[in-house]
Design a protein around this ligand. Structure first.
Ligand SMILES: Nc1ncnc2c1ncn2[C@@H]1O[C@H](COP(=O)(O)OP(=O)(O)OP(=O)(O)O)[C@@H](O)[C@H]1O
Ligand SMILES: [Mg+2]
Length: 472
């Protein structure tokens, strides 16, 4: 049995060993010195090749590769683990930038090969020095540099301050005006069938990576989406979410501001790469029989023949309430790559909304709501969201007001939807959107406002604690 004295000695022994280990591995300790000597020995025997990426070239012009390498190194886990890392605040809140101390080295692994980067600083001259095994150089240097480009591109894309461009009618040729794009919508905040959302996400991700693929096929690197569904089902919010996901600017084309086809061409030629170009309510525009633009003008725009001459890597999005009466040529494959239907709320979308708007994952009123949905009643996510926001301080009250609104679906809400867009339909009744009634937006808005007033009055009557002023 161990005596108290022995236990004490063991504890002291452990503490001393720990201190020794700590000394051994500290920044300037023998372990790091040994590592440095080992590197020098290997260099002496030309095991490695050293490649320099200077900050400036001989003409004192900035070397773009230097910045890319810096961005890339910033993202390496080994930089986070290094003892020689400095932390700086970035431009955006919560943005932390990591910088390696001058003349320190970090390691990286690529396709199984070990590489290292040194932040070389001598006076004013700065460079990153890559150390790569000669045996690996042939096989991995090129792909490694491509990898650095791809990673730094991706990081830059995520960090960009996005812009929203809208075309204005300046008396002659319509041109873009820009404002910062700060729409908070993200793919996570959109209530949508999870499978569909995942599909869209991976579609967008694979689009981002597909430059070589598109070029090999001789196709313009663009992807077109058609978002269709009743009013207030999240089409515009989804466009914003896509832009945020991709880190792309948004060009929102107001077709009514255009004089003719060439105006549209000029607008497109003025857009930049890495952008989402949006045409909202295309069905209404086509049905309005406007003479300003021809169908072929719009088709050429959709084909992106023009975009190939100026900028690539763009997403085109067209939104419609219904595609029933739209010329089939508009929607032929290749012109529109992905069709996404935005339906009215079902119970699963409702739960999604309740979670994000009220922070409620489950509630004793849910079974009642589910039953009402199963009975065929439905509202748009916008209508349900509105009721939830208005009653956000009391989830029970919010759910009760949603129930009341759903129960009146047969009367007020349904009439409201009929007035607000052409695609009047009961949930799941796709064929019902053939009425082709187009109302001017202002009328529809008035009717909707009346409807919301009506719904609120009703819910106030049922639930006296209704907060009519809460942020509305
Ligand atoms: N699926 C959804 N998930 C979350 N919020 C939604 C959804 N649909 C609508 N909303 C909310 O409803 C409001 C209106 O939505 P949005 O403008 O995107 O609808 P829309 O389909 O573009 O309508 P319209 O056809 O009238 O232009 C937004 O504030 C949005 O946050
Ligand atoms: Mg919209």
């Amino acid at each position: 049995m161990m005596t108290t004295g022995n236990l004490f000695l063991a504890l002291i022994g452990t503490a001393v060993s720990l201190c020794l280990l700590r000394l051994l591995f500290r920044k300037t300790g023998p372990f790091h010195l040994l590592k440095g000597w080992w590197r020098s020995t290997q260099d002496w025997f030309y095991v490695y090749q050293v490649l320099k990426v200077p900050e400036f070239n001989d003409a004192v012009q900035e070397n773009p590769l230097y910045r890319r390498v810096s961005v890339y190194l910033n993202s390496l886990p080994s930089l986070e683990e290094s003892d020689f890392t400095n932390l700086f605040a970035g431009k955006k809140p919560n943005d932390i930038l990591l910088h390696l101390d001058p003349n320190q080295t970090i390691d990286d692994v690529f396709l199984g090969a070990r590489l290292s980067w040194t932040n070389d600083q001598r006076g004013d001259r700065r460079a990153f020095v890559l150390r790569i095994r000669r045996a690996d150089k042939m096989s991995i240097l090129r792909p490694y540099l491509q990898h650095i480009h791809a990673v730094s591109d991706e990081i830059d894309r995520k960090k960009r301050d996005l812009k929203l461009h809208i075309n204005v009618d300046d008396g002659g040729s319509g041109r873009w005006r820009s404002v910062p794009f700060t729409h908070p919508s993200t793919l996570d905040t959109i209530a949508m069938e999870p499978d569909l959302k995942d599909k869209v996400k991976s579609d967008l991700e694979s689009f981002l990576k597909a430059k070589q693929y598109y070029h090999r096929l001789g196709r313009v690197w663009k992807r077109s989406f058609l978002l269709y569904g009743p009013s207030g089902t999240g089409k515009s919010s989804f466009v914003a979410a896509m832009a945020n996901f991709l880190g792309y600017d948004v060009y929102d084309i107001d077709l009514s501001k255009l004089k003719d086809d060439s105006d549209l061409k000029l607008l497109l030629m003025d857009t930049t790469a890495k952008s989402v170009v949006v045409m909202e309510d295309l069905d209404r525009f086509l049905a309005s029989k406007s003479t300003a633009l021809s169908l072929s003008g719009i088709l050429n725009f959709m084909d992106g023949i023009l975009s190939s001459c100026c900028a690539e890597e763009r997403i085109m999005v067209f939104t419609m309430n219904s595609k029933e009466h739209v010329d089939a040529a508009i929607m032929r494959p290749g012109r529109v790559d992905v069709h996404i239907h935005f339906p009215l709320c079902d119970f699963s979308a409702f739960k999604n909304l309740a979670n994000s708007y009220l922070g409620v994952k489950d509630h004793k009123l849910f079974p009642q709501v589910e039953e009402i949905f199963q009975g065929g009643a439905s509202l748009s996510p916008a209508e349900i969201g509105e009721l939830m926001i208005a009653n956000r301080n009391s989830p029970s009250r919010a759910l009760k007001s949603v129930i009341t609104a759903l129960q009146t679906d047969g009367s007020a809400a349904k009439i409201g939807r009929r007035l607000s867009h052409d695609g009047v339909r009961k949930p799941g009744d796709e064929s019902a959107d053939s009425s082709g009634v187009f109302l001017k937006d202002s009328n529809a808005m008035k009717d909707l406002r009346k409807l919301y007033g009506l719904l609120r009055m009703k819910s106030t009557r049922k639930t006296p604690s209704f907060d009519g002023d809460s942020g509305q």
